[in-house]
Write a protein that binds this ligand. Sequence first.
Ligand code: UD1
Ligand code: MG
Length: 457
Amino acid sequence: MSLNVVILAAGQGTRMRSKLPKVLHQVGGKSMLAHTITTAENLGADRIIVVYGHGGEAVRSAIQNEKVEWVEQAERLGTGHAVQQAIPFFTAQADENILILYGDVPLARESTLQALLAKQPSESMAILTTELDNPHGYGRIVRSSERKVERIVEEKDANDEIRQIAEINTGILCASSQSLINWLNNIDNNNQQQEYYLTDCVGLAVAEGKSVEAVICADPTEVMGVNNRVHLAEMENVFQARQRETLMMNGATLRDASSIFVEGNVEIGNDIIIEPNVLLRGNVTIGDDVTIGMNSVITDSVIESGTVIHPNSVIEDSNIGENCEIGPFARVRPGTELASKVKLGNFVEVKKSNIASGSKVNHLSYIGDASIGEKTNIGAGTICCNYDGANKHKTIIGNNVFIGSDSQLVAPVKIDDGATIGAGSTITRDVPAKKLTLSRSKQTTIDNWQRPIKQKK
Ligand code: UD1
Ligand code: MG
């Protein structure tokens, strides 16, 4: 069986009040459309066809995915009309099924959609429904006295009796390709909205004597859609609740679960503690027994076992080794590689540097484009002067080096193993091993010097 997924994304989203097309608004740091495409990919779709609307070039250019095929729905004449635009992409083979998803309904679980695909009768269709306390606005599922699905009636076309029905159409359905093409060729727009309704395919199938199956989605949050930014915020909550649950089930204690945000793929070990207000973004891997302090943001990084990230630290695109201590108020910028037991203290910025095991940069320093050996101590206020205004240069520091406080290391420069740099030095030339090197004007004391005194007026 081959599976084509058609994603409807032609809505204008006027109520978002945005220059950004609705489906590009983000949930968990990723556009709703990109989430939906990921779902389609995870379901093993052979083709993914996105129906976009007039002026939707922004949508196309935002999604850089070679798997996706695009078709424009120039006029918005209804959901049935939207799917009709995708028909040229179908092979209409007997072994081909079509799954319809919506670009603004990104939270459907793969397991739910798998259940839907499994329930689809050959040559017919299966629809995903759910039951709502307030079904207002949705298409209702009309069933026979034997509870067989008979048709879907839109809110605007429904009488009072049908409006009482709590089971609604989520819009998501899967159908045999051949049958769907036939039904789509037979729908009309004789309804209140003068639209070509995809939902009319249900009645057409039943009229042919085919059984239409329904999978009732037990969790209505899976099929929520977005029309405005209130919905978007609600969807973010649902999305984050799932991420938090996954973290907790996998071994993380979240001290204030509601304040932890995940935007990406996080892999964790056991016994992790995450304090309030933490954001994990991109691909983040966290080893066993790691603590992440309050107000920290970790992006695309690996934090190995036993490491403590103290509060207010920002780490991006870096590798932090085992048993390190980072922060509070540390900024670890892209390309940083820390071995085990490295300490970075408060107001320390590290960029594109390697620091070997046991070394410490405890206070107020900038380490950029540097390589630091083992057990080296970088004193407070040390600056790697890596930039000459045009180019970046490297600072190479060996093992067991001691850099006195308030030193400037003007790169390119190399400091050999065991060297000591006197505090306040500006180092412009390479420094030999195991000696004291300093550049500092001699200290003098002026005898008989008098501090100026303010004259009384
Ligand atoms: C549709 C369903 C309704 C269901 C509801 C679930 C139909 C006729 N009705 O109603 O049964 O309960 O969704 O939310 O299918 N779209 C296009 N092109 C169009 C029209 C729509 O791409 O010409 C897209 C929209 O961008 C949206 C989706 O299809 O993502 C649903 O369209 P919308 O107009 O919201 O349909 P509803 O009236 O809400
Ligand atoms: Mg709608």
